[in-house]
Design a protein around this ligand. Structure first.
Ligand code: PLP
Length: 372
Protein backbone atom coordinates (compact mmCIF):
# COMPACT_ATOMS: atom_id res chain seq x y z
CA UNK A 1 0.00 0.00 0.00
CA UNK A 2 1.80 3.08 -1.21
CA UNK A 3 -1.10 5.47 -1.06
CA UNK A 4 -2.69 6.04 2.29
CA UNK A 5 -6.50 5.76 2.28
CA UNK A 6 -6.72 9.33 3.58
CA UNK A 7 -5.14 10.48 0.31
CA UNK A 8 -7.52 8.46 -1.86
CA UNK A 9 -10.62 9.71 -0.06
CA UNK A 10 -9.52 13.33 -0.07
CA UNK A 11 -10.56 16.13 2.18
CA UNK A 12 -14.33 15.89 1.88
CA UNK A 13 -14.66 12.24 2.78
CA UNK A 14 -12.22 12.26 5.66
CA UNK A 15 -13.38 11.06 9.06
CA UNK A 16 -11.26 13.52 10.98
CA UNK A 17 -9.06 16.55 10.45
CA UNK A 18 -5.74 17.11 12.11
CA UNK A 19 -4.70 20.61 11.38
CA UNK A 20 -1.18 21.77 12.10
CA UNK A 21 -0.50 25.48 12.21
CA UNK A 22 3.04 25.94 10.91
CA UNK A 23 2.80 29.68 11.46
CA UNK A 24 2.16 29.07 15.17
CA UNK A 25 5.09 26.65 15.22
CA UNK A 26 7.30 29.36 13.76
CA UNK A 27 6.04 31.92 16.28
CA UNK A 28 6.71 29.51 19.12
CA UNK A 29 10.28 29.03 17.91
CA UNK A 30 10.81 32.79 17.69
CA UNK A 31 9.26 33.35 21.11
CA UNK A 32 11.60 30.81 22.71
CA UNK A 33 14.57 32.30 20.86
CA UNK A 34 13.61 35.72 22.20
CA UNK A 35 13.53 34.31 25.75
CA UNK A 36 16.99 32.78 25.53
CA UNK A 37 18.71 35.41 23.35
CA UNK A 38 21.61 35.63 22.76
CA UNK A 39 21.69 31.88 23.42
CA UNK A 40 20.54 30.04 20.27
CA UNK A 41 17.67 27.57 20.30
CA UNK A 42 17.84 24.09 18.81
CA UNK A 43 14.70 22.10 18.01
CA UNK A 44 13.94 18.64 19.32
CA UNK A 45 12.24 16.84 16.42
CA UNK A 46 12.42 13.28 17.74
CA UNK A 47 9.50 10.88 17.24
CA UNK A 48 8.75 12.50 13.89
CA UNK A 49 8.57 15.96 15.46
CA UNK A 50 6.32 14.75 18.27
CA UNK A 51 4.06 13.11 15.70
CA UNK A 52 3.57 16.22 13.58
CA UNK A 53 5.87 15.12 10.71
CA UNK A 54 9.50 16.14 10.89
CA UNK A 55 9.58 16.57 7.11
CA UNK A 56 7.04 19.41 7.40
CA UNK A 57 8.18 20.83 10.71
CA UNK A 58 11.98 20.92 10.39
CA UNK A 59 12.16 23.07 7.21
CA UNK A 60 9.83 25.65 8.81
CA UNK A 61 12.07 25.83 11.86
CA UNK A 62 15.12 26.12 9.63
CA UNK A 63 13.52 29.05 7.86
CA UNK A 64 12.86 30.64 11.27
CA UNK A 65 16.59 30.45 11.95
CA UNK A 66 17.02 27.08 13.65
CA UNK A 67 20.29 25.36 12.73
CA UNK A 68 20.49 22.64 15.38
CA UNK A 69 18.16 19.65 15.47
CA UNK A 70 17.94 16.87 18.03
CA UNK A 71 16.45 13.44 17.31
CA UNK A 72 16.36 10.35 19.53
CA UNK A 73 17.56 7.65 17.13
CA UNK A 74 20.21 7.49 14.44
CA UNK A 75 17.54 6.25 12.01
CA UNK A 76 15.64 9.49 12.58
CA UNK A 77 18.80 11.49 11.92
CA UNK A 78 19.31 9.66 8.63
CA UNK A 79 15.73 10.44 7.60
CA UNK A 80 16.07 14.09 8.55
CA UNK A 81 19.48 14.74 7.01
CA UNK A 82 18.42 14.90 3.32
CA UNK A 83 15.46 17.17 4.16
CA UNK A 84 17.54 20.04 5.46
CA UNK A 85 20.23 22.29 3.98
CA UNK A 86 23.84 21.44 4.72
CA UNK A 87 24.20 24.26 7.25
CA UNK A 88 22.50 22.31 10.05
CA UNK A 89 23.80 20.07 12.80
CA UNK A 90 21.83 16.94 13.69
CA UNK A 91 22.36 15.45 17.16
CA UNK A 92 21.28 12.00 18.36
CA UNK A 93 20.06 11.99 21.97
CA UNK A 94 20.02 8.25 22.56
CA UNK A 95 23.67 8.10 21.69
CA UNK A 96 25.92 6.06 19.50
CA UNK A 97 24.53 2.58 18.94
CA UNK A 98 27.30 -0.02 18.43
CA UNK A 99 27.47 -0.67 14.70
CA UNK A 100 26.19 2.79 13.76
CA UNK A 101 29.53 4.59 14.13
CA UNK A 102 30.45 4.46 10.44
CA UNK A 103 27.14 5.67 9.09
CA UNK A 104 27.16 8.48 11.66
CA UNK A 105 30.64 9.53 10.63
CA UNK A 106 29.88 9.25 6.92
CA UNK A 107 26.73 11.37 7.18
CA UNK A 108 28.17 13.93 9.57
CA UNK A 109 25.62 13.08 12.26
CA UNK A 110 26.67 14.15 15.72
CA UNK A 111 26.13 11.67 18.54
CA UNK A 112 25.47 12.50 22.14
CA UNK A 113 27.96 10.28 23.96
CA UNK A 114 26.24 8.81 26.99
CA UNK A 115 28.79 6.36 28.39
CA UNK A 116 32.48 5.59 28.39
CA UNK A 117 32.05 2.84 25.81
CA UNK A 118 30.47 5.28 23.36
CA UNK A 119 33.29 7.75 23.92
CA UNK A 120 35.80 4.99 23.14
CA UNK A 121 33.90 3.80 20.08
CA UNK A 122 33.61 7.30 18.66
CA UNK A 123 37.28 7.99 19.37
CA UNK A 124 38.23 4.82 17.52
CA UNK A 125 35.99 5.69 14.55
CA UNK A 126 37.57 9.13 14.33
CA UNK A 127 41.08 7.71 14.58
CA UNK A 128 40.35 5.17 11.83
CA UNK A 129 39.18 7.99 9.61
CA UNK A 130 42.13 10.14 10.57
CA UNK A 131 39.93 13.06 11.47
CA UNK A 132 38.49 14.62 14.61
CA UNK A 133 34.78 13.99 14.99
CA UNK A 134 32.27 16.22 16.80
CA UNK A 135 30.13 14.98 19.68
CA UNK A 136 28.21 16.11 22.73
CA UNK A 137 29.10 14.62 26.08
CA UNK A 138 26.08 13.98 28.26
CA UNK A 139 26.38 13.69 32.01
CA UNK A 140 23.78 12.34 34.35
CA UNK A 141 23.11 15.21 36.72
CA UNK A 142 20.43 13.37 38.66
CA UNK A 143 17.92 11.67 36.39
CA UNK A 144 19.61 8.26 36.14
CA UNK A 145 18.47 7.84 32.57
CA UNK A 146 21.19 8.72 30.08
CA UNK A 147 24.65 10.16 30.41
CA UNK A 148 27.90 9.46 32.19
CA UNK A 149 27.74 9.44 35.96
CA UNK A 150 30.05 12.08 37.48
CA UNK A 151 32.77 9.48 38.38
CA UNK A 152 32.98 8.32 34.76
CA UNK A 153 33.22 11.90 33.53
CA UNK A 154 36.16 12.39 35.84
CA UNK A 155 37.84 9.39 34.20
CA UNK A 156 37.20 10.82 30.73
CA UNK A 157 38.53 14.24 31.69
CA UNK A 158 41.66 12.63 33.19
CA UNK A 159 42.48 10.87 29.91
CA UNK A 160 43.28 13.53 27.30
CA UNK A 161 44.34 10.86 24.77
CA UNK A 162 40.77 9.54 24.78
CA UNK A 163 39.42 12.87 23.62
CA UNK A 164 42.22 13.63 21.20
CA UNK A 165 40.11 12.71 18.19
CA UNK A 166 36.79 13.95 19.52
CA UNK A 167 35.76 17.54 19.14
CA UNK A 168 33.45 18.08 22.09
CA UNK A 169 30.89 20.75 21.24
CA UNK A 170 28.82 20.86 24.43
CA UNK A 171 28.58 19.34 27.85
CA UNK A 172 24.96 18.28 28.02
CA UNK A 173 22.51 17.18 30.67
CA UNK A 174 18.75 16.88 30.97
CA UNK A 175 16.31 18.20 33.55
CA UNK A 176 13.96 15.72 35.21
CA UNK A 177 11.57 18.38 36.57
CA UNK A 178 12.11 21.32 34.24
CA UNK A 179 8.36 21.98 34.02
CA UNK A 180 8.08 22.39 37.81
CA UNK A 181 9.37 25.86 38.55
CA UNK A 182 9.62 25.29 42.30
CA UNK A 183 11.25 21.85 42.22
CA UNK A 184 14.56 21.81 44.11
CA UNK A 185 15.70 19.09 41.68
CA UNK A 186 16.33 21.80 39.07
CA UNK A 187 18.90 23.70 41.11
CA UNK A 188 20.39 20.41 42.36
CA UNK A 189 20.96 19.27 38.79
CA UNK A 190 22.35 22.65 37.80
CA UNK A 191 24.84 22.42 40.68
CA UNK A 192 26.00 18.96 39.56
CA UNK A 193 26.37 20.14 35.97
CA UNK A 194 28.41 23.15 37.05
CA UNK A 195 30.64 21.02 39.22
CA UNK A 196 31.36 18.58 36.38
CA UNK A 197 31.80 21.45 33.98
CA UNK A 198 34.84 22.58 35.98
CA UNK A 199 36.59 19.53 34.48
CA UNK A 200 36.04 20.94 30.97
CA UNK A 201 36.66 24.64 31.49
CA UNK A 202 35.98 25.86 27.96
CA UNK A 203 33.16 23.54 27.05
CA UNK A 204 29.79 25.29 26.63
CA UNK A 205 26.67 23.81 28.26
CA UNK A 206 23.49 22.46 26.69
CA UNK A 207 20.86 21.95 29.37
CA UNK A 208 17.41 23.50 28.97
CA UNK A 209 14.44 21.67 27.48
CA UNK A 210 11.18 23.63 27.09
CA UNK A 211 10.62 23.86 30.83
CA UNK A 212 14.24 24.76 31.47
CA UNK A 213 13.93 27.84 29.27
CA UNK A 214 11.34 29.19 31.72
CA UNK A 215 13.50 28.53 34.79
CA UNK A 216 15.72 31.50 34.01
CA UNK A 217 18.94 32.38 32.19
CA UNK A 218 21.20 30.33 34.48
CA UNK A 219 19.59 27.23 32.93
CA UNK A 220 20.03 28.33 29.30
CA UNK A 221 23.65 27.32 28.86
CA UNK A 222 24.94 27.93 25.35
CA UNK A 223 22.26 26.04 23.42
CA UNK A 224 18.65 25.44 24.48
CA UNK A 225 16.78 22.40 23.15
CA UNK A 226 13.01 22.64 23.52
CA UNK A 227 10.54 20.18 22.05
CA UNK A 228 7.00 20.34 23.42
CA UNK A 229 6.81 24.15 23.61
CA UNK A 230 7.44 24.40 19.87
CA UNK A 231 4.39 22.22 19.30
CA UNK A 232 2.15 24.30 21.55
CA UNK A 233 2.43 22.25 24.74
CA UNK A 234 2.49 24.05 28.06
CA UNK A 235 6.17 24.07 29.03
CA UNK A 236 5.91 25.25 32.62
CA UNK A 237 3.61 25.26 35.62
CA UNK A 238 3.98 29.04 35.82
CA UNK A 239 0.65 30.72 35.00
CA UNK A 240 -0.13 31.81 31.45
CA UNK A 241 0.98 29.50 28.70
CA UNK A 242 2.86 31.78 26.32
CA UNK A 243 2.94 29.19 23.51
CA UNK A 244 0.49 29.25 20.63
CA UNK A 245 -1.54 26.13 19.97
CA UNK A 246 -0.26 24.28 16.91
CA UNK A 247 -2.63 21.33 16.70
CA UNK A 248 -6.34 21.19 16.18
CA UNK A 249 -8.33 17.96 15.87
CA UNK A 250 -11.91 17.72 14.64
CA UNK A 251 -13.74 14.43 14.15
CA UNK A 252 -16.84 13.57 12.12
CA UNK A 253 -20.13 12.39 13.53
CA UNK A 254 -21.01 9.07 11.87
CA UNK A 255 -24.27 8.32 13.67
CA UNK A 256 -26.77 9.98 15.99
CA UNK A 257 -29.63 8.46 17.98
CA UNK A 258 -31.95 9.10 20.90
CA UNK A 259 -32.22 6.34 23.52
CA UNK A 260 -34.51 5.95 26.53
CA UNK A 261 -33.37 5.74 30.15
CA UNK A 262 -31.81 2.40 31.02
CA UNK A 263 -30.02 1.89 27.68
CA UNK A 264 -26.55 0.36 27.61
CA UNK A 265 -23.91 2.17 25.61
CA UNK A 266 -20.72 0.69 24.14
CA UNK A 267 -18.55 -2.35 24.88
CA UNK A 268 -19.34 -4.19 28.07
CA UNK A 269 -22.53 -2.19 28.42
CA UNK A 270 -20.43 -0.22 30.83
CA UNK A 271 -22.60 2.88 30.63
CA UNK A 272 -26.34 2.83 31.27
CA UNK A 273 -28.35 5.97 30.58
CA UNK A 274 -30.35 7.40 33.47
CA UNK A 275 -32.65 9.53 31.32
CA UNK A 276 -33.62 9.87 27.70
CA UNK A 277 -30.33 10.72 26.02
CA UNK A 278 -29.27 11.95 22.63
CA UNK A 279 -26.07 10.23 21.51
CA UNK A 280 -23.62 10.77 18.70
CA UNK A 281 -20.93 8.36 17.57
CA UNK A 282 -17.76 9.96 16.23
CA UNK A 283 -15.22 8.42 13.87
CA UNK A 284 -12.05 8.14 15.92
CA UNK A 285 -10.95 5.86 18.69
CA UNK A 286 -7.92 4.48 20.43
CA UNK A 287 -6.37 3.43 17.11
CA UNK A 288 -6.35 7.14 16.26
CA UNK A 289 -4.57 8.11 19.44
CA UNK A 290 -7.56 8.85 21.68
CA UNK A 291 -6.64 6.63 24.61
CA UNK A 292 -9.05 4.14 26.10
CA UNK A 293 -8.48 5.90 29.41
CA UNK A 294 -10.81 8.64 28.08
CA UNK A 295 -13.70 6.15 28.56
CA UNK A 296 -16.42 7.74 30.77
CA UNK A 297 -14.09 10.69 31.46
CA UNK A 298 -13.20 12.76 28.45
CA UNK A 299 -15.33 14.92 26.19
CA UNK A 300 -15.68 16.43 22.76
CA UNK A 301 -16.85 20.00 22.19
CA UNK A 302 -19.26 21.58 19.76
CA UNK A 303 -19.30 25.36 19.54
CA UNK A 304 -18.13 25.50 23.14
CA UNK A 305 -20.59 22.96 24.55
CA UNK A 306 -19.02 20.05 26.41
CA UNK A 307 -20.22 16.68 25.15
CA UNK A 308 -19.10 13.94 27.56
CA UNK A 309 -17.76 10.62 26.34
CA UNK A 310 -20.14 7.87 27.42
CA UNK A 311 -19.11 4.24 27.70
CA UNK A 312 -15.80 2.89 26.52
CA UNK A 313 -13.61 4.29 23.77
CA UNK A 314 -13.61 1.79 20.86
CA UNK A 315 -10.84 1.23 18.35
CA UNK A 316 -12.42 3.38 15.63
CA UNK A 317 -15.20 5.26 17.37
CA UNK A 318 -16.36 7.00 20.51
CA UNK A 319 -19.92 7.69 21.64
CA UNK A 320 -20.68 11.07 23.16
CA UNK A 321 -23.71 12.44 24.99
CA UNK A 322 -25.03 15.38 22.96
CA UNK A 323 -28.18 16.02 25.00
CA UNK A 324 -26.83 19.47 25.92
CA UNK A 325 -27.26 20.57 22.29
CA UNK A 326 -30.62 21.44 20.73
CA UNK A 327 -32.07 18.40 18.91
CA UNK A 328 -30.81 18.07 15.34
CA UNK A 329 -27.70 20.20 15.90
CA UNK A 330 -25.37 17.33 15.10
CA UNK A 331 -25.99 15.25 11.99
CA UNK A 332 -24.14 12.70 9.95
CA UNK A 333 -20.95 14.45 8.87
CA UNK A 334 -20.94 17.17 11.54
CA UNK A 335 -17.57 17.88 13.13
CA UNK A 336 -16.83 17.96 16.84
CA UNK A 337 -13.68 19.35 18.44
CA UNK A 338 -11.32 17.00 20.29
CA UNK A 339 -8.34 19.35 20.46
CA UNK A 340 -8.83 23.04 19.89
CA UNK A 341 -9.77 26.32 21.53
CA UNK A 342 -12.29 24.72 23.94
CA UNK A 343 -10.22 21.68 24.75
CA UNK A 344 -6.50 22.37 24.70
CA UNK A 345 -4.02 19.54 24.33
CA UNK A 346 -3.32 19.60 28.08
CA UNK A 347 -7.03 19.22 28.92
CA UNK A 348 -7.57 16.08 26.87
CA UNK A 349 -4.25 14.72 28.16
CA UNK A 350 -5.34 15.31 31.77
CA UNK A 351 -8.68 13.56 31.15
CA UNK A 352 -6.76 10.62 29.69
CA UNK A 353 -4.47 10.55 32.73
CA UNK A 354 -1.42 11.37 30.65
CA UNK A 355 0.67 14.27 29.33
CA UNK A 356 0.48 16.33 26.16
CA UNK A 357 3.59 14.59 24.80
CA UNK A 358 1.88 11.21 24.76
CA UNK A 359 -1.27 12.54 23.10
CA UNK A 360 0.72 14.36 20.40
CA UNK A 361 3.04 11.48 19.56
CA UNK A 362 0.09 9.08 19.47
CA UNK A 363 -2.16 11.00 17.08
CA UNK A 364 -2.97 8.47 14.43
CA UNK A 365 -2.40 8.59 10.70
CA UNK A 366 -6.02 8.11 9.63
CA UNK A 367 -6.88 11.78 9.97
CA UNK A 368 -6.76 14.11 7.00
CA UNK A 369 -3.76 16.25 7.86
CA UNK A 370 -3.73 19.88 6.92
CA UNK A 371 -0.60 22.01 7.25
CA UNK A 372 -1.44 25.69 7.34
C1 PLP B 1 12.80 15.08 24.64
C2 PLP B 1 13.99 15.79 25.13
C3 PLP B 1 14.06 17.19 25.08
C4 PLP B 1 12.88 18.06 24.76
O1 PLP B 1 12.07 18.12 25.91
P1 PLP B 1 10.73 19.00 25.97
O2 PLP B 1 10.27 18.81 27.36
O3 PLP B 1 9.81 18.44 24.96
O4 PLP B 1 11.11 20.40 25.66
C5 PLP B 1 15.26 17.79 25.41
N1 PLP B 1 16.33 17.04 25.79
C6 PLP B 1 16.28 15.70 25.89
C7 PLP B 1 17.47 14.94 26.35
C8 PLP B 1 15.10 15.02 25.59
O5 PLP B 1 15.04 13.68 25.71
Amino acid sequence: MNTHPREIIGREGASGYLSIDLQALRRNYLLLAERTAPVPVAAVVKANAYGLDAARVAPVLHEAGCRDFFVAHIGEALQLEPLLPADVRIFVLNGLQPGAEDVCAAKGIIPVLNCLEQVENWARTARDRRSRRPALLQIDSGMSRLGLPPEEVTAVAADPALLENIELLYLMSHLASGDETESPQNTDQLAVLRQVSALFPDLPLCFANSGGIFLGPEFHGALARPGIALYGGVPTDAPDNPMRPVVRLDVRVVQTRTVPAGTRVGYGGAHITTAETRLATIAAGYADGLPRSLSHRGAAYYAGTRLPIVGRVSMDSITIDVTALPPGTLKLGSLVELIGPHQPLEAIAADAGTISYEILTGLGNRYHREYR
